[in-house]
Design a protein around this ligand. Structure first.
Ligand code: PMP
Length: 407
């Protein structure tokens, strides 16, 4: 079957692909999804224990019996009207604001929403600002449209809004700011209430579009939360959400809510990507929301992830050398480690694999190659015993053979 490779097909690659590859970092993470002989702190995978299998199977059976002509058919590009309605109702309940019909669309997960936005807005060379560090899928999404992605520093209260303000005052003209205000990927940090207010004021002053990714918003370990940026300023914010972390990722569904001028362009952009999101999954989500199952699942998920986060914090306290520091998230899936000066976490990740541990090194989370001694640990899919064992092995590597890099 395999013929002699005398052709170099990579010569056909588009310029943006040749120049902007991030080394398949996301594909590497997904490849670990089904690995069983490795303790994986990699990937933002929800715990399979949270998947509501009985409810999904009962709902699916019902949809197949009662309405195959809807559930198995193409859907409108914007999403099935009843599904949009259910998502809008939930947003109203959660955020105190209901998007109009033309301000909301269904997407094939958060990543689709990001790709549609990038496709609609980004010309080569356009400046996009992101938190440094930020979700690497978003950085890849923007760079694949040849954006000039710049990082804004963060601290324990999230994005440093004053630093952004200084960048804008100095003349930087980004097309958009991408931010994950709640339990951020990768740092686990949450943007403070004061900064949220300051950020939307800044966006209004400079005509800056804010893209708010709320992937982990509902997975808080504590009661009470800050207002979403979209609810504070729907005139300057597009909110991107996903059902991957709170329902199950296999359904590949999410939403975008924002100014109708932008949502309508994203709907147009979707017509020549996947054309519409799967109707069966959409109807599943709708029934799941309407019948109140999501709130039940969220209760279980929050408790489980809070417990796993506690295990992770305990294990880090117990095993890590003194110079290593990490964030203490109040929700979500991740903690962000800063290792000893001189450590190269990409090199460390290779050594970790030889002792059966996986994590994601820091550099892909920065647009500019920083993060050499940082790394992301996900606690969402590992139990207490695995967490302790994996962190012990990782700490041993950090103690015994820290390789000095030029950082
Ligand atoms: N946004 C953030 C911050 C994420 O962490 C992820 C998944 N890791 C996504 C979006 C995309 O998720 P999906 O496409 O599965 O909805």
């Amino acid at each position: 079957m395999r013929q002699q490779a005398d052709q170099d097909w990579t010569r056909l690659l588009a310029r943006r692909f040749r120049e902007q590859s991030r080394g398949g970092a996301l594909a590497d993470i997904l490849a670990l999804a089904s690995e069983t002989n490795i303790i994986t702190f990699s990937g933002g995978f929800p715990a399979p224990e949270t998947f509501p299998i009985d409810v999904i199977s009962e709902l699916t059976q019902r949809l197949l019996t009662d309405e195959p002509a809807i559930a198995l058919q193409y859907s409108p590009t914007r999403g099935l009207a009843t599904v949009c309605d259910a998502i809008a109702d939930r947003l109203h309940h959660q955020e105190g604001l209901r998007p109009d019909d033309d301000e909301l669309m269904v997407t094939s997960g958060g990543i689709d929403a990001l790709a549609l936005l990038a496709k609609s807005l980004i010309d080569p060379g356009d400046v996009v600002v992101v938190e440094a560090p930020s979700y690497l899928g978003a950085i890849m999404g923007f760079t694949s449209y040849e954006a000039d992605v710049r990082g804004v520093p963060m601290d324990e209260h999230g994005l440093d809004v004053e630093a952004l303000s200084r960048m804008l005052a100095a003349g930087l003209q980004p097309k958009l700011l991408y931010t994950i205000p709640d339990h951020q990927n990768p740092s686990g940090r949450t943007l403070s209430t004061e900064r949220r207010t300051a950020l939307v004021a800044l966006a209004r002053k400079y005509g800056l579009l804010i893209v708010e990714d709320v992937a982990y918003r509902e997975l808080s370990f504590t009661k009470g939360r800050c207002a979403s940026l979209w609810s504070l300023a729907p005139d300057v914010v597009v909110q991107i959400g996903t059902f991957s972390k709170i329902f199950f990722p296999g359904v590949r569904l999410g939403w975008a809510a924002g100014p109708s001028q932008l949502i309508s362009r994203m709907v147009e952009a979707k017509q020549n990507s996947d054309q519409c999101s799967g109707a069966l999954g959409q109807r599943l989500v709708e029934q799941y929301l309407r019948e109140g199952h999501l709130d039940h699942q969220l209760g279980l998920s929050r408790r489980l992830y809070a417990e796993r986060c506690r295990s992770m914090m305990n294990a880090l306290e117990t095993y890590m050398p003194a110079e290593v520091s990490w964030t203490c998230p109040s929700g979500g899936f991740f903690t962000w480690l800063t290792t000893q000066p001189g450590t190269d976490t990409t090199e460390l990740s290779h050594r970790a694999r030889t002792v059966g541990v996986a994590f994601v090194p820091g550099t892909p989370f920065y647009p500019d190659g920083r993060g050499v001694r940082d790394l992301r640990l996900s606690f969402s899919r590992v139990n207490d015993q695995e967490t302790h064992e994996g962190i012990r092995r990782l700490a041993d590597l950090l103690k015994t053979n820290p390789r000095r890099s030029s950082e």
